[in-house]
Write a protein that binds this ligand. Structure first.
Ligand code: SF4
Length: 459
């Protein structure tokens, strides 16, 4: 009973969050920055914040996450962090030789009001930024938003700093993948390559945070979108943005700056989500869907049809990031499952709430949707109306243990399992992976609870 103080009675809270269902903005900004090749993320704030951002990413990806900090002490906290950032930029380019530095702010530097573009201009004027190297920035105060909005802001900064307007449009398609795993980005690239479509995926953390162990340390792994590719995004035929909350800002900025039209889609999770993604690519690129993808789709449909009786009517509690929740909810509803508690810690807005409500309108029972909620509330909802399955990040395991409910890990952070960095949940193959996880959780529980009489060999 690790959460024995969680009461069943729900009281309205406005000023207190207990066990947040999100992490802080700079973590998402740092994650996005790692998706640029040769980039050294830089946390403009205290060492404590930076240690938290780095350790969260390191624990989730089980990879060494390289980043730097302005290392604020009392002096910077009072007089501002300009001197620290100037020194840091000089040190980083001299010692670690990145292609670019991506600065994100923290609660402290935002409260002080440090003007990052002004400080960077001074660094350039002082000759601290070598020719051909760059410093970009994103404002990420963590008293608003979450890691998802931090990711979104840093991804938009890639457009603001690098996308070049003008020039003849080419056949390339930009894809903004959303706050997903490196494995998911890899899968998006595989699908596009199977369709023969040239893309620029940004950010791209595949081969950065899911690389092999080779015995050699690479400060800047081989993956990541290059600055040259980012410059070319302004000449692409179109942009596909996956997930409104994490990706729309960059896509909109690209449209405004370079007149590259965009299409906004859900994350390609599940059959319908993946169908929409592939069909959109087909239309924009003017290509046919290859048989190999149709084959994968058929395999997924086969599994759903073979095992539908185990999905049917199962109640699910979901907590996590908004884009993931929306796509997952639609997927679960399509399996005839019943997502009845849906909680996100990221304040996602009325439009998102309306979309989520639309997604569950045919679920034949009451559905609780909480935007800007926390894990404590999620636990209370589960206590009041128990479910057959929980889906969420590592922190949900305490609820799962206390309430004795099957649980699958999905989202960020996952500190206590591996696989998420290597095995996708997007696309048809990812959907099969997700179906397997859901089924394993449900059927393991069925086996555990079976008596000698009801134990089934064939399921
Ligand atoms: S102080 Fe702000 S930026 Fe730093 S770790 Fe806490 S929430 Fe994140």
């Amino acid at each position: 009973m690790l959460l024995k103080h969680t009461t069943k009675e729900i009281k309205e809270r406005t000023a207190l969050t207990v066990n947040p269902a999100k992490t802080c903005q700079p973590i998402g900004a740092m994650y996005a920055a790692l998706g640029i090749h040769g980039c050294l993320p830089h946390s403009h704030g205290s060492q404590g914040c930076y240690a938290y951002h780095r350790s969260s990413l390191t624990r989730h990806y089980k990879e060494p996450v390289m980043a730097a900090t302005s290392a604020f002490t009392e002096g910077a906290s009072v007089f501002g962090g300009q001197a620290n950032l100037l020194q840091a930029i000089d040190n980083m380019f001299t010692v670690y030789k990145p292609d670019l530095i991506a600065v994100h702010t923290t609660c402290l530097s935002e409260t002080i009001g440090d003007d990052i573009p002004q400080i960077v201009s001074k660094a350039v004027a002082d000759g601290k930024v070598p020719a051909g190297k760059y410093v970009i920035h994103a404002n990420t105060p963590s008293y608003v938003g979450s890691h998802v909005t931090g990711f979104s802001t840093m991804t938009k900064a890639m457009v603001d700093y690098f996308a070049e307007p003008g020039g003849k449009k080419n056949g390339t398609i930009n894809i903004v993948p959303g706050y997903v795993e490196p494995s998911d980005m890899e899968e998006v690239k595989r699908i596009c390559s199977t369709m023969g479509i040239e893309i620029i995926l940004f950010p791209d953390t595949s081969k950065v945070l899911n690389g092999p162990l080779t015995g050699r340390f690479h400060m800047y792994p081989e993956g990541g979108v290059t600055v040259e590719a980012l410059k070319k995004t302004g000449r692409s035929r179109g942009t596909v943005a996956l997930g409104n909350i994490a990706s729309s800002a960059a896509a909109f900025a690209l449209d405004t700056k370079c007149k590259v039209p965009y299409k906004l889609l859900d994350l390609p999770i599940g059959l319908h989500g993946t169908d929409m993604f592939i069909d959109t690519l087909r239309q924009i690129a003017g290509v046919n869907v290859p048989d190999s993808l149709t084959f994968e789709r058929g395999q997924m449909v086969d599994i759903i049809s073979d095992m539908h009786q185990y999905f049917y009517g199962k109640k699910v509690g979901l907590v996590g990031d908004p884009d993931q929740l929306l796509a997952l909810t639609k997927f679960l509803v399509s399996l005839d499952m019943r997502p009845i508690h849906i909680v996100t810690g990221t304040p996602a807005g009325k439009k998102f709430g309306a979309e989520l409500r639309e997604a569950v309108k045919d679920v034949p029972c009451d559905v609780n949707i909480q935007l800007g909620g926390d894990m404590f509330l999620f636990h209370q909802l589960v206590k009041n109306d128990p479910v057959d399955l929980l889906i969420g990040n590592t922190y949900v395991k305490y609820i799962a243990k206390d309430e004795d409910i099957p649980f699958i890990r999905h989202g960020f952070p996952i500190f206590d399992r591996i696989g998420h960095s290597y095995l996708p949940t997007v696309g048809y193959r990812g959907g099969i992976m997700l179906l397997e996880k859901i089924l394993n959780a449900l059927l393991d529980r069925k086996d555990r609870d079976a008596t000698d009489i009801t134990m089934e060999l064939v399921m």
